[in-house]
Design a protein around this ligand. Structure first.
Ligand code: FES
Length: 106
């Protein structure tokens, strides 16, 4: 399954993701700049902030409990598509998902 990360400067990077892997893990394991994932996915850092592409928003779904509190601590602007990428798990339905990255995480 594939995910395309689009950096703030428009550079697109397509990576392979296994089912069940989080999009934060996918980005970090492929050295995608723009996702840090400092806390390892335990919802404590907000350095995995991302923007789900509008066309995918419904399939990806809404924020999990507590995500919006943490997103308030994110360095980059919070927008309607903002999510913590560590809280988005890859499923077959999300194959091809497009994720935009914020300008900064720290
Ligand atoms: Fe820390 Fe997502 S990796 S909140």
């Amino acid at each position: 399954m594939k995910v395309t990360f689009i950096a703030a400067d428009g550079t697109a990077t397509e990576v392979e993701v296994d089912e069940g892997q989080s999009l934060m893990q996918a980005a970090v394991s492929h050295d995608v700049d723009g996702i840090i994932g400092e806390c390892g996915g335990s919802m404590m850092c907000a350095t995995c902030h991302c923007y789900v592409d509008e066309a995918w928003a419904e399939r990806v779904g809404a924020q999990q409990d507590g995500e919006s509190d943490l997103l308030d601590c994110a360095v980059s602007e919070v927008r309607p598509g903002s999510r913590l990428s560590c809280q988005i798990r890859m499923t077959a339905e999300l194959d091809g998902v497009v994720i935009h990255l914020p300008e900064a995480q720290l």
